[in-house]
Design a protein around this ligand. Structure first.
Ligand code: FES
Length: 103
């Protein structure tokens, strides 16, 4: 799993169980307890959505649930903050285009 800090001079990382989920039909590995956005970032996926008006790509920005840069469709539900949502085994994640479907 590239894109993760493996060693740090003062921090230690205790990884939990390895799991798999799907990003647009691609299998992605993650660790339990990670957010969807963190797992995608570690897998090299930086574009999480496209803006409604201009269709510009956006990715992680605040990473603390305060902006809307990371909205994605998760398990069929649009407008989910992927930086605040913990990844689960078998979860289906899609890049959101525009405002997402109205439920
Ligand atoms: S990156 Fe800002 S809410 Fe997720």
């Amino acid at each position: 799993m590239e894109g993760r800090i493996e060693e740090h001079p003062i921090l230690q990382f205790k990884r939990k169980k390895k799991i798999k989920f799907y990003f647009e039909d691609r299998e992605v590995e993650a660790f339990e307890g990670e957010t969807v956005a963190a797992a995608l970032h570690a897998a090299g996926i930086r574009v999480l959505r496209h803006t409604p008006n201009l269709g510009r790509p956006t990715g992680l920005f605040c990473a603390i649930g305060k902006c809307s840069s990371c909205l994605m469709e998760i398990d069929g539900i649009p407008n989910v903050r992927s930086c605040m949502t913990k990844v689960k085994e078998g979860m289906r994640v899609r890049r959101q285009k525009g405002k997402g479907d109205v439920l």
